[in-house]
Design a protein around this ligand. Sequence first.
Ligand SMILES: COc1cc(-c2[o+]c3cc(O)cc([O-])c3cc2O[C@@H]2O[C@H](CO)[C@H](O)[C@H](O)[C@H]2O)cc(OC)c1O
Ligand SMILES: O=c1ccn([C@@H]2O[C@H](COP(=O)(O)OP(=O)(O)O)[C@@H](O)[C@H]2O)c(=O)[nH]1
Length: 490
Amino acid sequence: MVSSSVNVLLLPEPGSGHLMSLIEAGKRLLGSQGADSSSSSPLTVTVLVPHAATAESASEVDAHVRRVEASSGVTSMRFHRLPAVAPPTECAGNPQEFKSRYMELQKPHVASTARELGAAAIVVDFFATTVLDVARELGVPAYVYFTSTAGLLALSLRLPALDAEVGVDFEALEGTVVDVPGLPPVPAGPALPGFMARKGSPNYAWFVYHGKRFMDFDGIIINTVAELEPGLLSAIAEGKCVPGRAAPPVYPIGPVVDLGGAKEAPPSSSHECVAWLDAQPAASVVFLCFGSLGWFDAAKAREVAVGLERSGHRFLWVLRGPPAPGSLSPHPTDGDLDALLPEGFLDRTRDRGLVWPKWAPQKAVLAHPAVGGFVTHCGWNSTLESLWHGVPLAPWPLYAEQHLNAFELVSCMGVAVAMEVDRKRDNFVEAAELERAVRSLMGGESEEGRKARDKAKEMRDACRKAVEESGSSHAALQRLRDAIRRGAAA
Ligand SMILES: COc1cc(-c2[o+]c3cc(O)cc([O-])c3cc2O[C@@H]2O[C@H](CO)[C@H](O)[C@H](O)[C@H]2O)cc(OC)c1O
Ligand SMILES: O=c1ccn([C@@H]2O[C@H](COP(=O)(O)OP(=O)(O)O)[C@@H](O)[C@H]2O)c(=O)[nH]1
């Protein structure tokens, strides 16, 4: 007998990156609900879509929601738009504070919607840990969805204690290391996330707050793969991050990336970048792309150009320019190549390079057999997309938690060659250093490069196996569904 459905509410942060990741996670939750799904209650998912704070963000969110609504096959996922709230004021320049306070303002709407729709569980974005109060008030189990690494999760869980142990600002710890269970000693200067620099900053305070609250959830769903971060996941599960308290169960269900049609073969050469790659030999092209917010000024672009030219390798370089002057949007503009690149660079490299000034079809590029290496800002989605295709990396972190990701990619996972990024000079990389890293990554004599290439292939296989039936992420999803059903029954 099929019993009534179990409705899981998802509360994303209304920015396209986090929203898309949580919706994709919701699809996985609905996925194949297990051999016993005909006899147990089927899960349904309702995404609570907060009204985005800016017009630009609202239109991105709306477009994405419409695409998912229209796509066939996602029949048990519904979307419920939450009413607009007045955005918090006085947080300019403090994105973590803004996002955290904005999510806190959703609480009354989440509470009334959960009552109206009936919720068996609530899953919230990691900027929305305040919404745990609503779940507790209603007696509904609550899960947090963590869009980044187990490394950042371990650091977040450890941070409240670390905050008490360390009496100075973290930026004053230059030259020392920080202990995070599951990671080798973390060099404070190069590797800690930027928002940890000053204890007085509201972003830091929110990071400590979220770290505390993660411990109170019924479970933490994380976009990683057990085989990518085994030591970190064990350290968290063994309670090493918060001694004396059992951590909530952690469900590594990754890689949660929407691979669309790009899973195996690249799509037809409809995009100029892909058409260009079609004409290049296998594993011969280094791809450079820096996420949704990465951009370069002429000084940085010059170093890249010189480094690429001297490396002799083929390249596909996504070069974006600064956000529009006067605009509130942090998004880069299309790169003005004449202004950004050294004289004659495009002519000299015409036969072996393409500089693309706009948003690029990154997933299709990484899926292309011509791509042999990826110079990346180390955004976690970009990293997972690269590893899904077995492409080794050279890290050039820029913002958010990316410096910690870069450290982990080199020092723990071994899928990246190290590249020296001068954080004190706004993440500047010298041409000679880029040239060295690209040569190593793309098949020079270096042992480091060979190891990164081998390890990336190994991780590709591990990621693909993880999502198969009997794989670790598949099993974690099944444990999560069981826990949600048990919670609903209770
Ligand atoms: C992981 O720590 C931080 C992440 C972010 C952050 O926030 C964010 C919010 C949105 O509404 C849309 C986004 O696209 C977005 C992206 C983002 O940073 C990236 O998040 C990715 C995961 O989805 C991934 O982890 C990348 O590495 C991040 O660059 C912001 C932040 O502080 C401001 C964080 O500490
Ligand atoms: O030109 C670009 C830049 C980025 N991306 C996509 O944007 C996402 C970036 O997410 P990530 O977590 O790497 O970094 P963020 O932009 O959130 O910092 C990834 O899915 C990329 O494939 C893309 O398709 N084209």
